[in-house]
Design a protein around this ligand. Structure first.
Ligand SMILES: Nc1ncnc2c1ncn2[C@@H]1O[C@H](COP(=O)(O)OP(=O)(O)OP(=O)(O)O)[C@@H](O)[C@H]1O
Ligand SMILES: [Mg+2]
Length: 379
């Protein structure tokens, strides 16, 4: 297994190491010294080795020739694809997956089309709506102008429509009247490339639902977000700071509950909506869907995240552990889904004489139950 990622330049999480928690102006609930990007990749590599895979790490460091060398000269049986950016651009994430396809090297996670579609939140929502999957009503704006009578019901939320959009989600993103809407649009258009999404704000419970598998995808126990401790000026949302910034109080005031308590009927509705959205968007192997429950537990899809963050203990992996899978077992499953797509020897570059690789048996073990962060570094 080649664990492929693309990391160059400085790591902001490295710098957090120098911060003394005692100097913060609030009481931190969670550790502010979160794992660096490099440590997270290492953890995946180590876990795969524990599972018996012959695994190596490949950091592309923005060098396409490295990718080419890997795939052409020394192709692995499978790539664990952790590349989210190229040339510092999330829009190029699908192109890297397409490269593996061209070399017929199987890889974990979503194919290029699903990655490209889900980067465009507005388009994804059109696909969902056209197929009867509920998502909040919305407008996609190319410029900071919207008529007073726009037909959407307040409160609204204003957010950049591209992939890494939790950037731009802040307390002021939730607006209650036209004046606030116009002001927030001006601000967001000044900071982010269009298009910008204006969406009806769903005031219900928020669930993040992890899905694992392909022919019969498995729903892992849902994570619910508890916003009750947020300061009153912070709306009940996972803002950028609440999700990513350990130096912001919001990060320490959003908590997760997993498994979320849901009635059988609510669970059935969530399951139906999540699985339909997973299939419609072409997700593969694993994904995380962000959901809000409106009145009568009607689930609305906020966002589909193919290839979500796999940091141990949080987000996707928090759900996997609640399902009884260790971090390593979950990674093994994802690798096995990809290995099942190995090309027929006659079609692929591998010689027919190559022996089938023997997979070691699953090892049972208790998950490492470390302290959780709220949102998780989700992508
Ligand atoms: N229509 C909505 N109704 C209620 N809350 C919303 C809505 N849209 C976004 N939010 C809040 O804002 C958060 C971030 O929005 P969203 O998930 O769309 O973008 P994202 O930050 O790109 O996600 P991620 O970082 O998980 O990829 C959500 O988790 C939710 O708390
Ligand atoms: Mg999200």
């Amino acid at each position: 297994v080649a664990v492929v990622y693309n990391h160059a330049g400085e790591d902001v999480y490295e710098k957090l190491r120098q911060v003394d928690p005692a100097t913060l102006e609030f009481e931190p609930e969670y550790d502010i010294h979160v794992a660096t990007v490099e440590e997270e990749y290492r953890a995946i590599l180590t876990a795969l080795r524990q599972e018996g895979f012959h695994a190596r790490a490949v950091n592309l460091r923005e060098d396409l020739r490295k990718l080419e060398r890997l795939l052409r000269r020394n192709p692995p049986d499978v790539v664990f694809n952790l590349v989210e950016y190229f040339h510092d651009d999330a829009e190029l994430e699908p192109n890297v997956a397409a490269f593996y396809d061209l070399y017929r090297v199987p890889y974990t996670g979503a194919p290029p089309f699903a990655l490209a579609l889900c980067h465009k939140k507005g388009l994804t929502k059109q696909v969902l709506l056209a197929n009867g999957v509920p998502t909040p009503r919305f407008r996609v704006l190319a410029e900071p102008r919207i008529p007073r009578r726009h037909g959407l019901h307040y409160p609204l939320i204003v957010k950049p429509s591209r992939a890494d959009a939790s950037l731009g989600v802040e307390p002021g993103s939730v607006v209650y009247d036209y004046d606030q809407l116009v002001r927030q649009l001006e601000k967001v258009f000044a900071e982010f490339d269009p298009p910008i999404l204006v969406e009806e704000f769903i005031e219900g419970r928020e669930l993040h639902v992890a899905v694992l598998g392909n022919e019969a995808p498995e729903l892992l126990p849902a994570i619910e977000f508890d916003f009750s401790e947020l300061p009153p000026e912070h709306p009940a949302i996972i803002s950028y700071d609440a999700k990513w910034n350990p130096l912001d109080e919001a990060y320490h005031r959003v908590h997760t509950i997993c498994p979320a308590e849901l009635s059988q009927r609510a669970m059935k509705k969530v399951r139906d909506v999540v699985l339909r959205a997973y299939r419609l968007t072409g997700c593969r192997d694993y994904a995380r869907l962000d959901i809000r429950l409106a009145k009568r537990n009607q689930p609305f899809v906020l966002e589909v995240n193919p290839n979500p963050d796999l940091t141990e203990g949080v987000s996707f992996m928090e759900s996997a552990e609640a399902a009884g899978y260790t971090f390593a077992q979950t990674l093994r499953k994802i690798v096995e889904f990809a290995l099942a797509r190995r090309p027929e020897p006659s079609r692929g570059p591998a010689p027919a004489a190559e022996p089938e690789i023997q997979l070691p048996r699953l090892v049972a073990g208790a998950g490492d139950r470390r302290r959780r962060r709220a949102g998780g570094r989700a992508g």
